[in-house]
Write a protein that binds this ligand. Structure first.
Ligand SMILES: C[S@@+](CC[C@H](N)C(=O)[O-])C[C@H]1O[C@@H](n2cnc3c(N)ncnc32)[C@H](O)[C@@H]1O
Length: 274
């Protein structure tokens, strides 16, 4: 059984899981199998994994892919993996996944360390790949997939969905991990949109709007003019222009991605945004 294998490795190496590194290991075989199946890995493809932990997901990936790159920050874990497995198509890269340049890959499959969910997701989206199957904290996954008007609709929803299609495909209870985390988790499939489908948004603008997500769009921007790099004097001169932005009367949490883009274009036309 998978759980007994994890427990025996932990005791063999006297490993104290480091919660600062999000070390909650998957102990349910079916969850791992489903995650790998959902990735739809072809025999000639390369897979990237962040945080192999005790190698159980990595092991399944190595059976499906031509090559697996797995990035692990904890040197204790790297040592255990090198001792326990004899993979010939897995390359373990030791270091911080936020700092290492990724090699080329087709797919990403990972049970992510939750502390780095946001920056690692945006880092993924800078690369060209087909599909990612990722386990996140449930609350984070719900924010990623939220639609305009939803209570979880946020800057994260807008920024991710402007670049990728996202789907929450399975919720996972705390009992699927050891040590048991405090929060539930979820499996998310993320597929980058084509260049033509993507809607590149000005990040400062999205930040400025969502600083006041329940306010009307015009009011939200007036309140965060400094985030658009306007000085107080400049803002005073152009203040009334904000009353005429497209969708001025809508609340920020109701704005769709295209509507935000229209606001961005209006601000550019009026030299209020670079
Ligand atoms: C949630 S565990 C997943 C372990 C394993 N894949 C599993 O499913 O059981 C997260 C793993 O990511 C590693 N990790 C944490 N922060 C990291 C970072 N910045 N870069 C690379 N690995 C990291 C942890 O040491 C841990 O092994």
């Amino acid at each position: 059984m998978l759980s007994s294998r994890i427990f025996s490795l932990i005791s063999k190496y006297n490993l104290k899981p480091n919660s600062d590194l999000g070390q909650n290991f998957l102990i349910v075989e079916d969850v791992i199998k489903r995650e790998v199946e959902r990735a739809e890995i072809a025999k000639n493809e390369t897979v990237l994994e962040i945080g192999p932990g005790l190698g159980v997901l990595t092991d399944e990936l190595s059976k499906k892919a031509k090559k697996v790159y797995t990035i692990e920050k904890d040197p204790r874990i790297v040592k255990i993996l090198k001792n326990e497995y004899n993979w010939d198509n897995v390359e373990i890269l030791e270091g911080d996944a936020l700092k290492i340049d990724f090699p080329e890959f087709d797919r990403i499959v990972s049970n992510l360390p939750y502390q780095i969910s946001s920056p690692i997701t945006f880092k993924f989206l800078k690369y060209n790949f087909k599909r990612a199957v990722l386990i996140y904290q449930l609350e984070f996954a719900e924010r990623m997939i939220a639609k305009p008007g939803d209570k979880n609709y946020s800057r994260l929803s807008v920024m991710v969905q402007s670049k990728a299609d996202v789907e929450l495909v399975e919720k996972i209870g705390k009992g699927a991990f050891y040590p048991r985390p405090k929060v539930d988790s979820a499996v998310v499939i993320l597929e980058p949109k084509t260049k033509l489908e993507q809607i590149p948004l000005n990040e400062d603008l999205v930040k400025a709007l969502f600083q006041h997500r329940r306010k009307k769009a015009s009011k939200a921007l007036k309140n965060s003019y400094h985030m658009l790099n306007l000085s107080k004097e400049e803002f005073k001169k152009v203040k009334t222009l904000f009353d005429n932005i497209p969708h001025a009367q809508k609340r920020v949490f109701q704005l769709g991605i295209n509507e935000i883009k229209e606001i961005e274009e209006y601000l550019r036309e009026n030299n209020l945004l670079l």
